[in-house]
Design a protein around this ligand. Structure first.
Ligand SMILES: Cc1cc2nc3c(=O)[nH]c(=O)nc-3n(C[C@H](O)[C@H](O)[C@H](O)COP(=O)(O)O)c2cc1C
Length: 344
């Protein structure tokens, strides 16, 4: 049994990627039940929602799972007078889903302390974090409760910083990956290392287990990641395409229809760089030249994206997907899992 298996209490070195805003209890539980580490993204969740989600996860599985949060980076813009200007710029998208432009909220995001209080009560097997090195207090708080800490690196230097910060496992997330580029030492645009180059260099630089993320969608990707020195893989897009995920039909169809060279890195949807399909909304926001800083843009687009999601309007959603999207051909989480395990 490898160190990764022991640390996380798993039977197979397969981790489900967390999906902020799109995680589902069914998918998280399916991966944990299959012997991997299910994960649930808590981006934007307040304490009450974290508690009810954790209760639902416990109901669905008694196997280990991870909860995932975004660490505050300190440059998050609070609600202010500029909110209305940015809201105005997005009005056509609200009209398209027949929802009024929402008024300025008191806050865009819950505080880290509020999220951590609920996570400590939930006591998941692991807490995975993005956008930074967790504080010593966070790491100690987790370890005291028997919770493992997983950090996420997009460069070798970030992996080294995370190991020095006391995390137990590091995800090496290549630029192929779906969703946000969670770089924290340098700008995301300057931290675009591919998985194939990143994983062996991170494995050489740290002594904690390394998990490869980005572009792994079948047994070949798993075998390659392990050959490169990873102890396991984290898979997002391939699981997001399954029935158990919270993605709607439009998103699932986009995953199957977006070629490796068609996904783009864009700040249009959230104010931070993320990989997804270049749909009408991404093109229009990029062309407008107005993108509010994070988290203003994420909050503002989030309100019409949620309505679009319910109406299955892919052109108005954020269709996060990675470069391996065309390989995501399986309908159920168990099928994806069996395919990945075949590469171990
Ligand atoms: C819709 C979506 C949302 C995501 N949100 C998060 C998140 O909140 N936290 C996180 O650590 N990773 C997030 N990711 C990244 C995944 O967890 C995973 O690392 C990535 O999808 C792996 O690359 P792949 O898609 O090529 O398999 C997200 C990915 C997607 C597709």
């Amino acid at each position: 049994m490898s160190e990764l298996h022991e640390i996380l209490g798993i039977r197979h070195p397969i981790l489900l990627g967390a999906f902020g805003g799109l995680s589902s209890v069914a998918l998280t539980a399916a991966v944990s039940e299959a012997g991997g580490l299910g994960a649930y993204g808590l981006y934007g969740y307040d304490g009450a929602r974290i508690r009810s989600t954790a209760a639902a996860l416990r109901e669905a599985t008694d196997k280990p799972f991870a909860l995932n949060i975004w660490l505050p980076t300190g440059d998050e813009v609070p609600p202010g007078p500029q909110h209305a200007v940015f809201a105005q710029a997005l009005e056509p998208f609200y009209e398209a889903v027949d929802v009024p432009v929402p008024p300025r909220p008191e806050r865009y995001l819950p505080t880290l302390d509020e999220q951590l209080d609920a996570i400590w009560d939930a006591a998941p097997a692991a807490l995975s974090v993005v956008y930074g090195v967790p504080s010593a207090e966070l790491v100690e708080g987790a370890h005291r409760r028997g919770i493992r800490v997983i950090g996420t690196a997009t460069t070798v230097a970030e992996a080294v910083a995370l190991e020095a910060g006391g995390v137990d496992v590091v995800i090496a997330s290549g630029a192929e990956a779906a969703g946000h580029r969670v770089s924290f030492l340098r700008a995301a645009e300057e931290s675009l290392v591919g998985t194939f180059a990143l994983v062996p260099q991170v494995a050489d630089a740290v002594s904690i287990p390394v998990v490869a993320a980005g572009g792994v969608a079948d047994r070949r990707g798993v075998a390659a990641a392990l050959a490169l020195g990873a102890s396991g893989v984290q898979v997002g897009t391939a699981f997001l395409a399954t029935q158990e995920s919270a993605a709607n039909d439009a998103h699932r169809a986009a995953i199957r229809a977006t070629a490796a060279d068609e996904s783009v890195l864009t700040r249009a949807m959230s104010g931070r760089l993320a990989r997804g399909a270049r749909n009408r909304t991404v093109r229009a926001i990029e062309a407008s030249g107005t993108i509010a800083p994070f988290p203003v843009q994420n909050w503002l687009t989030g309100r019409f994206r949620a309505a679009a999601g319910e109406q299955n309007l892919g052109e108005l959603q954020s269709l996060w997907l990675g470069q391996a999207a065309p390989l995501a051909q399986f309908d159920t989480a168990d099928e994806v899992f069996a395919e990945l395990v075949a590469g171990v």
